[in-house]
Write a protein that binds this ligand. Sequence first.
Ligand code: PHE
Length: 442
Amino acid sequence: MRDNFKSSFGVLVAMAGSAIGLGNLWRFPYLMGTNGGAAFIIIYLVLVFLLCLPIMMSEFVVGRRSQVNAVRAFKVLHPKGRWGLVGVLGVLASVALIAFYCVVGGWTIDYLVHSVSFSLPEQGASEGFFAAAVSSPWRTLAYTWVFLLLTALVLLAGIKDGIERYTKIMMPLLFLTIIVIAVRSVTLPGAGAGLEFLFRPDFSKVTADTFLNALGQAFFSLSIGCATILTYGSYVKKHEKIVKLSSLTAVSDTFFAILAGIAIMPAVFAFGISPSEGPGLLFVVLPDIFDQMAGGGVISILFFFVLFIAAITSSISLLEVSVTFLIEECRLRRRTAVLLSSGVCLVLCTLCALSGGVLSDIRILGRTFFDFFDMISANFLMPLCGLLVVVFVGWKMKRPAFVDELSNGGTLPNRRLYDVIFYMVRYVAPIVIAVIMIFGWL
Ligand code: PHE
């Protein structure tokens, strides 16, 4: 019999675990601060709930209705045509994403190990330390591989006894820890400037770019376009409520992103540093700050623990896409499927990990392996897969089937709401995704 998530809470933490990841920590706080603070939050919330959530529900519906892997799901729901290719795109997107996600996951373990042994760099030495972490071949490879190995170990145990069991422990810890860090951060002298940077509404900063940035961020942060939600959805029992679970996932993802801002920005400002985003913020600026902060040693352990958990719960969801695919399409046992898909990821991760050092001269389309996989997944595979999913749901699967799935066979009230969601999927979502794609290319 096919494995399943045991409880609603299990589904929720697994989905939130997928959604909450590096995007929440290294991009959202900076985007929020530089795009009008509270004004940005309002725009972000509107985009998440009105546009991205229906897209997420579409993936969920395809998975839950078919109860099979990403590729077969489309064939089961619509045997005519070549819609299975959408699933193939999703699997490819998840593999491309995991290729560089594991490298960053490796850095988080590297920093966690160094913070636990209180050997993070002293102030001023962070940049050199990070450069060494990225470019020393054996160091970066070892941590990348350990990260992938940990991801694979969770998946070996399956859905209920692996993903559900571990994310149920990890996600509450994640929230607790980020709250502790946020409290420490806002109680630093001079923290007010950071809060002001984050929250002060400034509508003059809101431009067309703000909307596009918010949209791209929401799309990535909700884990849309990688077949992760579809795959998790396929393991969700028929009585679970899709609208409720998806909405709660979006709420926790946004709430965590704001908490991450409160944990990071006040500390950055308290030490008179100008904010930034990306790996530089997490692995260079913050270690500098931890070194100067009273109690910074402990906070750094907590912080890199948060980063690690956020990253691994996302990579778990990414790797499961190809594992489920291999189990069902190639009739493999779970153990073999996990081995095979992590084997492929191992090769790709290795290329990405080494592209910060010994392989930095090898370029694809002018990019290192790491940047290439980042670009191809975020700008091409994910939006394309997302686009085709909503076109599929809106135009091929049709309204009765969609509403039937959202309403659990007509047993849930709110038909109107499901109709509205359907029309968002059919008409608005494709345009939105097309905009994200074009923006990404430009
Ligand atoms: N949502 C994750 C993040 O914010 C990234 C991710 C995208 C994970 C797609 C899984 C699938 O970091």
